[in-house]
Design a protein around this ligand. Sequence first.
Ligand code: GUN
Ligand code: FE
Length: 436
Amino acid sequence: MKKIYKAHILYTKEKNHFEVLENGYLAVDADGCVTGVAADLASLDGEDAEVTDFGNRLLIPAMNDLHVHAPQYRNQGIAMDLELLPWLQNYTFPEEKKYAETAYAEPMYRRFIHDLWRFGTMRSSVFATIHTESTRLLMNLFQEAGMGALVGKVGMNRNCPEGLSESVDDMVQGYEELIHSTLNAPLGSAASLCEKLSTLVTPIITPRFIPSCTSEMLRACGELAAKYQLPVQSHLSENKDEIAWVQELEPESRNYGDAYDRYGLFGQTPTVMAHCVWTDGEELELMKQRGVMVAHCPTSNINLASGIAPIRRFLTEGIPVGLGSDVSGGHDFSIFRMMVYAVQMSKLRYQRDKSSAFLSLAEAFWMATKSGGSFFGRVGSFEPGYEFDALVIDDSDLNHSDYSLLERLERYVYLGDDRQIVHRFCRGKEIAEPRI
Ligand code: GUN
Ligand code: FE
């Protein structure tokens, strides 16, 4: 049955412009898709629909986290004294090894999903670990919560400690088990990506990064992506020492992006690469050609002293960009806070080079919703046909003066947190608080 929600509705169809409907109506069909937004009930054909009135609250698209590491949950907010490569060796890998045990993983993964829920993130693209069983558990927990996720069992077989390395054959076998059990598709079938995304929780091919994967591992990952038409995620051009190391390890490649491209891991299926802080020149051209998406992770780039990514440049070139928390390189789950950091970092960059403008709030909001959401299908907007992923914000405690609706949203983004989020929807369904 059709449902109608009444509230102050705000969303971004275009990157630099908010759509604002004061006391508007939004209709959702039985499949959980938006059928229309209007100023009056009659134009939504909603006379016999169930109407829920959210009163003076704000109704906005839910958040999408394009890059986050579930098994780094325990390290959130600690270990901020090193740059990427020693940080991985000293803090990250030792923690991820513990996920060989599902008994260790379960309470952590439950809390992880609970935190995504708290901050209004209804879809995320997640790194798990090399361990198939705890990755399966994470997928099941997302399914149980009703929240959308692309979940990657991580490919690693070089430059990593014992216990965090897997043979290529075991990696392929583990992936095929996960694909088989989550997609309900016969193994080897080439169901379209769209059909796959109709399941809320889907595997994503996840070589950790070039230094962690031999050519054989990368080749096998590319083959899995092609065979099952699955998306791909990894890390790209985050840190200068990392980039120099990749050049040493893959001397044939023209740049870091090309090192993925050679193995079919750079846009041959939908691909998201985290960071791209130092992406330029031929690598940038290749991303553009291949339609590779950037997961911009501003807090992580600050904490690991990686640098300031050229987001304005990516947007101007038409390279798709979404936002990622990158917990625990990033310390903060909130994608709202990620919008603030993205705008602030773009202002620091602007101070060095005033030839390109800093980001607006509308652009940051669009990256968090419609642009980031595009990696999950028709997600992140309230245009007809989009899946109804939404948050209801009760900002009465922040709304103490004569603010416009846009100012109210801006204040919520800058000052609000989970306390103001009073309802969360994913694909049309209200999502209850997940059990910890
Ligand atoms: N590069 C390879 N692994 C990681 C990771 O876990 N976090 C970040 N930020 N970068 C990486
Ligand atoms: Fe990361």
